[in-house]
Design a protein around this ligand. Structure first.
Ligand code: ZN
Length: 181
């Protein structure tokens, strides 16, 4: 099993490298989090079953801590909490499309907040009774990584507040060449 993974990873990286080079006019992909991550894809929505041991080898430690160890970044410290740009937010671990900027709203909580995800199965909800609180955890619908929590004190039309960790997400502005399909 180990051998197969060792062989597959370079193959995947080669495929990713080829793909981005062959379509260089449309793919200028600036700060890609996908470097060295063979599971990262913004097109493939198939479910991932990857063990934490494997993620630990692939992800930067701070992303691993939040996404796989369910840590929370400190309020008002993330890169997206007060961002107001038009574009799309993706899972930083696997590339799954999560939120459009038109569902983001200014929240005073210090974390990026959205009133709905981009499609019903983009995110999954799990009861979380840790830290003496009854909350609902939000995880990625593709890779099960921890994204944040959801509360029912959001604005219309849904009344929901997806309270997310910035580090768990990648952002692609609408005017970036990579966003033009
Ligand atoms: Zn994911």
């Amino acid at each position: 099993m180990k051998k197969v993974i060792v062989i597959l990873i370079p193959a995947f990286i080669a495929v990713i490298a080829c793909t981005s080079e062959s379509s260089n006019s449309a793919q200028h992909t600036p700060q890609k989090m996908s470097t060295g991550n063979p599971y990262y894809s913004r097109q493939d929505t198939s479910k991932l079953q990857v063990a934490n041991d494997e993620w630990k080898k692939i992800l930067p430690p701070d992303l691993y801590g939040v996404a796989r160890n369910k840590e929370t970044e400190r309020a008002f410290t993330g890169k997206f909490w007060d961002q107001d740009l038009k574009g799309t937010y993706y899972c930083a671990v696997c590339g799954n499309e999560l939120f459009k900027s038109n569902s983001k709203f200014a929240s005073s909580c210090g974390w990026p907040s959205f009133f709905e995800s981009v499609r019903p199965n983009a995110t999954i909800y799990v009861p979380d009774n840790t830290h003496g609180m009854r909350r609902t955890e939000v995880i990625c619908g593709r890779c099960d990584s921890h994204l944040g929590h959801i509360f029912d004190d959001g604005p219309p039309p849904t009344g929901m507040r997806y309270c997310m960790n910035s580090i768990s997400m990648d952002f692609e502005p609408d005017d970036s060449p990579a966003s033009k399909k």
